[in-house]
Design a protein around this ligand. Sequence first.
Ligand code: PLP
Length: 432
Amino acid sequence: MRYISTRGQTPPHSFSEAVATGLAPDGGLFLPETLPDFSADLARFAGLGYAELCFEFMRVFATDIPPGELRALVAASYRRFSDPTIAPLRPLGRNLYALELFHGPSLAFKDFALQLLGQLYARQCALRGEKINVLGATSGDTGAAAIQALLGRPGIAVFILYPDGRVAPLQERQMACTGSGAVFALAVDGSFDDAQSALKAVLGDGEFRRRYRLSAVNSINLARVLAQCVYYLHAWLRLPAGERAGVEFVVPTGNFGNVLAGWMLRKMGVPIRGFKVATNQNDILYRFFTTGQYRADLVRPSLAPSMDIQVASNFERFRYYCAGADPAAWPEFTASRCTDAEIPGIIRRVYREHGYIIDPHTACAFQDLNPDRLSVVLATASPAKFPETIRAAIGVEPTDPALEALKTRPIVKHRLPADPEAIRAFIGEHAV
Ligand SMILES: *Cc1c(COP(=O)(O)O)cnc(C)c1O
């Protein structure tokens, strides 16, 4: 399998090259040259555990990695998850399930892709005998997940840009309390979109990128989207067989990476009725799927900070597949939006009705559920990451031992303007 760019100006790359490069050299995003059709494999997939299913899926894409090696990388990627099923599907009531994606080391769904990406980077370093500097921009959870995937690996330094003061306190601690000399928490002035565009400018400087062997861990990395397809497939296989085709996955959405993965899986022959794009008050995608207008607004910081995004970078992949089509042509998408004023009430209602504690991102997805449709809500983060919001809503404060340990460690962060020049200078000083 080879990989092409959404902008059409990049020669086809192998899987490993596309993963190592992150952003395509023409500024576009990598996509498989053709999408496989898994419809004939679904019966065979049904009995597989998570890591084995992931291997069977990824081997179709990672054709330049020997299967034995890929199987070991995938197995190692899901070893640190605390739930034995990796992605448990919890029945909550009639027509309603929660797909828990927060049992990985950073307690958010980003671990599914980044644990695998970390393994792929380490393999590449070992193969080439090269050091790499990994760069990412985060609205909260990607940074922590990237750090958990790469911390302590020889020859890898990690630079994470995040909007200063706009991530949750424990999210910041996950990035800034590692105690590692090779992990840099860069608190940038401005919003996530400012951090992301500064990052794009740094990566767009080919000379600089090559000199420091930079790679991006953003949701633009192809391996992330592919790895995320797997939990949709795993969950789909665990639904009652007669109901699977009617399922709507309800996805708390920011950068469009999560829901894009599900939609691509549907294009690969898995019968899924559709997807609900659930946004917070930063509702550009809600407006797009309800009115057809794609118009960025100012980012308004919210209780669900990992969704505080107006420029959804993965949207470019979606647009590539839908070039020129009318949004009404996608009956498989519905959308909802949830303001900050509504989030605590939803957390309270779900706790009362189902005895189930959800985090503020997941809460957005419980907005306006259709009771007559089989819904699988993606629970994207552990409520323990947002104890203040949960306590204010239901009077209970969820905790997690991995987070408790962080609370007493010193915060080490570097404040920078959202200026590519300042970021380049910092990397130049601290790169491996
Ligand atoms: C990143 C994140 C999202 C948004 O996912 P996208 O792929 O950016 O759409 C939602 N919830 C949580 C908890 C996240 O960390």
